[in-house]
Design a protein around this ligand. Structure first.
Ligand SMILES: CC(C)(COP(=O)(O)OP(=O)(O)OC[C@H]1O[C@@H](n2cnc3c(N)ncnc32)[C@H](O)[C@@H]1OP(=O)(O)O)[C@@H](O)C(=O)NCCC(=O)NCCS
Length: 277
């Protein structure tokens, strides 16, 4: 599947930093110029790509992403989008453009079908596996303001990172998201970013037991609970209602695929949070 077009030009054209991405194992370029990484067996039907680079491509990805986030059970599960209000094509488009311009994370976060990525100039987006500088589960407005100040001017290796993912329901339960994160953590986060235990963390709605199970399988351990999302929603004038438990978040710390990087809540950014009950 490797074609003989120069890799460097394709990465630059797709706004992917050339290094270290040009040396990632399994990276290929489609005849239409889309860099993609085929997931290992048994998930080889799926691949990782970036968001499409052209304005038409961004629009195409934003429309699909907004539709999945709005119209499927996925919408009920996501803590991150909920704090920002309603999902629209424009709001998703803005997030994609921000992600592309700021280069704030792992650059191949989109799941597509491998065959489509190889053959179609506009392959469908099926899900995302973001891995980026931490933006959630930060424990409320005041805490996040402090963190933002702390983060200013710091390198990727100094700050906390977090995962955030969803997949179209028709493709869930096949191990795809696990395979995607195993790849980008092993091939990119560990060699190029990872500096200290507890640097990689996760947040999820506490009622989302599937997400917690997924994260546990990947190597995260739930160490704390937080009502930061309740506070965020109230600050944004969004409905919370009487059921604050609905918006309670779980906070996870990555311990390594096999527990090789243990970290306790007391030694992490979550040390001020209440205990998990
Ligand atoms: C969470 C999500 C991204 C997982 O993607 P996926 O590709 O289906 O996950 P995998 O097939 O790799 O599953 C890995 C593990 O997650 C857990 N898991 C996944 N779906 C589950 C479900 N519906 N119920 C319970 N556990 C589930 C299981 O432990 C599974 O391992 P197993 O198959 O050995 O039992 C996907 O279910 C999703 O998009 N959910 C809706 C959005 C969401 O909750 N995102 C997370 C917000 S933090």
């Amino acid at each position: 599947m490797v074609n003989d077009l120069p890799l460097t030009g394709h990465l630059e054209a797709n706004h992917i930093p050339v290094e270290p991405f040009s040396s990632l194992p399994r990276l290929r370029i489609s005849p239409h110029g889309l860099p993609y990484i085929q997931l290992p067996a048994p998930c080889e039907e799926y691949c990782l790509t970036n968001y499409l680079a052209t304005p038409e491509g961004v629009q195409h990805d934003a429309e699909t992403e907004a539709q999945i986030l709005r119209d499927t059970p996925v919408s009920k599960t996501l803590a991150t989008f909920l704090s920002g209000g309603t999902v629209t094509v424009d709001s998703v488009k803005q997030s994609i453009e921000k992600y592309q311009q700021e280069r704030i994370g792992w650059c191949m976060p989109v799941i597509r079908l491998t065959a489509e990525a190889q053959a179609d100039p506009m392959p469908a987006l099926l899900g995302v596996t973001l891995l980026k500088r931490a933006t959630h589960a930060e424990g409320g407005k005041q805490y996040r303001q402090i963190r933002q100040r702390e983060d200013e001017g710091k390198s990727d290796r100094e700050v906390g990172w977090s995962i955030s993912c969803w997949l179209h329901p028709a493709h869930q339960g096949k191990g795809i998201t696990t395979a995607a994160y195993r790849y980008c953590i092993k091939e990119w986060f560990l060699p190029y970013i990872y500096t200290y235990p507890g640097q990689l963390r996760s947040g999820f709605l506490a009622v989302n037991t599937a997400s917690e199970a997924f994260q546990k399988k990947l190597g995260f351990k739930t160490v704390a609970k937080s009502y930061w999302l309740v506070e965020t929603r109230m600050n944004n004038g969004l409905e919370v209602g009487d059921d604050k438990e609905k918006w309670k978040s779980g906070c996870g710390l990555w311990q390594g695929f096999n527990g090789e990087y243990p970290i306790r809540k007391e030694d992490s950014d979550y040390r001020h949070f209440d205990d998990w009950d």
